[in-house]
Write a protein that binds this ligand. Structure first.
Ligand SMILES: NC(=O)c1ccc[n+]([C@@H]2O[C@H](COP(=O)([O-])OP(=O)(O)OC[C@H]3O[C@@H](n4cnc5c(N)ncnc54)[C@H](OP(=O)(O)O)[C@@H]3O)[C@@H](O)[C@H]2O)c1
Length: 349
């Protein structure tokens, strides 16, 4: 790319916003030039507005950017959104109406019928909803979303099995505390403990999975016709959501067929060599005690999902474990890969 595409972040001072800032450092296509936040932060330099929670100092390339209000006017065409869910609906819609391409991490628009809920490896064709959305809403811009952090791990684990007809899924999560933002879960609640409830998470996992693994029919996504049951738990892990999965398939398969499906899985981002795409999106680990968040979460820059322990399930057909980086593949990295796919489709022209 001759000249980098300027990008901004709505909600750039928050926890997810900081992950975007970090992920976009030295990006080969995108240059972060604009940051928006609430009126509490607007007018301040980024280093003063944002209490930097990630490793090291506030990156020098953004430290002196003066934070703007989240209002269209000065922002570049492409904006990533990490605004608080209580305000994301209005802010994202105002930017899309004003002609911006909004690549959102917030839950607000994910399940709307004309909004792509995109995982570039799984459903790049769901971008066909873009002209439908623009026509329905009369927008020059677009809103595209990425899934909830646990849903990404589950759907990437299931995607290689989709050709075999997924009919039932039972997924149990062990979710890292970084998924709850900052300050997140109180330390007295989570240290040495498991919390068997994350508000709204099970519903999101069940519904988003059916949409992501669904197929385009005309101008709509027809959801995957599979029953999905999620059990979501918060555990004292810093980064990395682990999901244990039992799955029923409509095709009779041997264990070796599943292993081959995981090992051979590749898709559009790999073919197009998108900058944030991992060479292999799903990595099968043969060791019986892997994947593990502490040992595996940082591999492949946090962009691959690791799968292991494929074996027969006495209730459904097979079971396995999947693990991925919740703030990278489940948040900032997911949105940046979505934007790269959109650039490769000519949607940023
Ligand atoms: N992919 C995922 O699974 C995942 C994971 C975690 C979070 N999320 C979503 O990401 C979003 C951000 O989460 P977070 O943990 O980063 O939250 P956070 O740390 O509280 O940050 C919220 C951001 O929104 C801004 N904001 C708040 N009120 C605003 C307003 N009235 N106008 C404009 N900006 C406003 C804040 O600006 P100030 O600093 O000025 O207050 C801050 O930049 C949420 O929608 C959350 O649901 C998604």
């Amino acid at each position: 790319m001759e000249r980098k595409i300027q990008v901004g972040i709505l909600g750039g001072t928050g926890m997810v916003g900081q992950h975007f800032v970090k992920f976009l450092q030295n990006h080969p296509w995108f240059e972060l030039t604009w940051l928006g936040a609430s009126d509490r932060s607007a007018g301040k330099k980024y280093r003063e507005a944002a209490q930097w929670h990630l490793g090291g100092e506030t990156p020098a390339s953004v430290a002196d950017i003066v934070v703007d209000e989240c209002k269209p006017g000065n922002a570049p065409k492409l904006v990533f959104s990490a605004t608080d869910a209580s305000v994301a609906t209005e802010i994202e819609q105002a930017f899309a109406k004003a002609g911006h391409v909004v690549v959102s991490n917030s839950r607000n628009h994910r399940m709307e019928l004309d909004v792509p809920l995109l995982v570039p490896e799984i459903n790049p064709d769901h971008l066909k909803l873009v002209p439908v959305q623009q026509r329905n809403r009369g927008w020059k811009g677009i809103i595209v979303t990425n899934p909830n952090c646990s849903t990404v791990v589950l759907t990437m684990g299931l995607a290689p099995l989709k050709p075999f007809g997924i009919t039932k899924v039972i997924a149990t999560t062990m979710q890292a505390i970084s998924g709850a933002g900052y300050p997140g879960v109180p330390s007295m609640d989570i240290l040495g403990n498991v919390i068997p409830y994350i508000g709204g998470e099970e519903e999101k996992m069940e519904q988003e999975t059916q949409k992501i693994l669904g197929d385009m029919h005309g101008e709509r996504v027809r959801d995957l016709a599979a029953a999905v049951s999620a059990h979501c738990n918060r555990v004292p892990v810093v980064d990395g959501h682990t999901v244990t999965v039992s799955v029923a398939l409509s095709t009779a398969l041997a264990e070796a067929d599943l292993l081959r499906a995981f090992e051979l899985y590749t898709s559009v981002p790999q073919e197009r060599k998108l900058p944030s795409a991992p060479p292999a999106p799903v990595i099968y680990m043969a060791q019986s005690n892997r994947p593990q968040p502490r040992k595996d979460v940082e591999r492949e820059h946090g962009m691959a999902v690791f799968v292991g322990r494929v074996r027969p399930c006495p209730v459904l057909d097979f079971k396995f474990v999947a693990m991925g980086h919740n703030t990278v593949r489940g948040a900032a990295g997911a949105a940046v890969l979505n934007a790269e796919l959109m650039v490769s489709e000519g949607l940023l022209a």
